[in-house]
Write a protein of this length. Structure first.
Length: 416
């Protein structure tokens, strides 16, 4: 990997309370998430770790053979409900468990209540200030700009902002991005709004401001979704990386604005170097993931977002040879070190239903043929939910997707 060879990752001293009599495994608690939560459950469950899941009732992870679901009230804010359970007496039987945050609300809980949670549970070597900064998309971009890392052009908007004062600087389309995407997604079901004219910009700005959170405008980077790429690592307390991993997106759905539905592992030293530089500048410790998009106008990699946790593509990372959940678990509990050997390149992660929809969009726009699409998927695939050894999560998810599809069709017919 040229000059990006990681140094040995210093191992923290395991806390005395983490040692169980008789060699019993310390339990783990997986908080939130979707495919990433399921991959954590499977990784730890196969290693004999008792795994509890705190999540929504329709979570795929709770259906795994390796999981014990903890049903909590779904009334009120997720952060408040989950924090009350973890800090209250109802979770005392899980004291000492390793906490795995798999969504932004879980990260916020661990960052804001770190001292209290550390008295009861086992937490990863993280920098809570960096986690809070990464949850705020505005501060993420500001950190990158200060460190000389390329970003799209962006503007922070304040309450009562006169958008007309910026009109001469702006070029459409623009992304109206809330400072905390998980709060916006909880209300509106999406992470941001793309606008194509000034009237739509004003409407989207008001929509975000109704939540009482800050707003930023981000320049839209042209080019297809296959220009998106990511870097993953784990930084010890000296900011030394324990491994390097890169992947790129082949397609996402919906095009341009959706989640990746087809990924492939690769090795890109440029992406790794830029990702590592950003994570160090942000002060991230522990797990870190940085996403970039290559701008066809100047060829530069430009920051899209950062996650200080396991992402939805973790099952691909694991399939390629990097078992990150077990690496983190053993690192914190004094278990045998997990070797993060060179990983397999060219391995693919495929969401078949979403990717077929992405193909149909591209096909309608004349950007891809049937033959090209079929050729692109005739490869061994990693699936985010299906495993022969643990099939129930994928069965439940497929049934849920079918129900949603039927509902959408019925709504179209009734509205026609």
């Amino acid at each position: 990997m040229n000059n990006l060879i990681p140094m040995p990752c210093e191992r923290p001293e395991p806390h005395a309370r983490r040692q169980k009599a008789g060699g019993a495994r310390i339990p783990a608690i997986v908080l939130g998430g979707s495919a990433n939560a399921l991959s954590v459950v499977r990784s730890l469950g196969r290693a004999g770790v008792p795994v509890s899941v705190i999540n929504q009732a329709d979570s795929a992870a709770r259906r795994s053979r390796y999981a014990r679901w903890i049903p909590l009230s779904e009334d009120g804010q997720v952060e408040e409900v989950w924090a009350n359970f973890l800090l209250g007496p109802e979770s005392d039987h899980l004291a000492g468990a390793v906490l795995f945050p798999c969504c932004d609300p879980a990260l916020e809980i661990l960052a804001r209540h770190r001292a209290e949670l550390a008295e009861k549970f086992t937490l990863d070597d993280a920098n809570p200030q960096a986690r809070i900064a990464m949850l705020n998309k505005i501060s993420t971009y500001q950190i990158a700009a200060a460190a000389g890392i390329a970003t799209p052009r962006f503007w922070q908007l304040t309450a009562g902002q006169d958008l007309h004062a910026l009109e001469a600087e702006l070029s459409f389309p623009l992304i109206v991005k809330p400072s905390h995407t998980h709060l916006f997604r909880e209300r509106y079901g999406k992470k941001f709004v793309t606008v194509h004219d000034f009237a739509a910009l004003n409407e989207a700005y008001q929509l975000v401001r109704e939540l009482g959170i800050d707003v930023m405008l981000v320049e839209f980077i042209p080019g297809l979704d296959d220009q998106l790429c990511s870097y993953y690592t784990y930084l010890d307390h000296d900011a030394e990386p324990c491994f390097h991993f890169t992947k790129r997106v082949i397609r996402r759905y919906p095009l341009v604005i959706g989640n990746g539905c087809y990924h492939i592992t690769d090795w890109n030293p440029e992406v790794a170097s830029a990702g590592l530089a950003f994570l160090r500048a942000a002060g991230v410790r522990g797990l870190g993931n940085v996403e970039f998009k290559r701008d066809p106008r100047d060829g530069a990699l430009k920051l899209i977002e950062c996650n200080a946790r396991l992402t939805e593509a973790n099952c691909l990372v694991a399939a390629a040879g990097l078992d990150l959940p077990l690496f983190v678990y053993n690192r914190l509990t004094g278990g045998d070190p997990v070797t993060l050997a060179p990983y397999r390149q060219g391995l693919r992660l495929w969401y078949p239903f979403a990717d077929f929809r992405a193909f149909r969009q591209l096909h309608r726009e004349g950007q891809i043929s049937w033959a090209t699409w079929l050729k692109s998927i005739v490869h061994p695939q990693t699936f985010p939910f299906f495993r022969w050894s643990d099939p129930w999560p994928s069965v439940i998810r497929a049934w849920s997707n079918l129900q949603d599809s039927v509902k959408r069709r019925l709504q179209k017919k009734t509205s026609a």
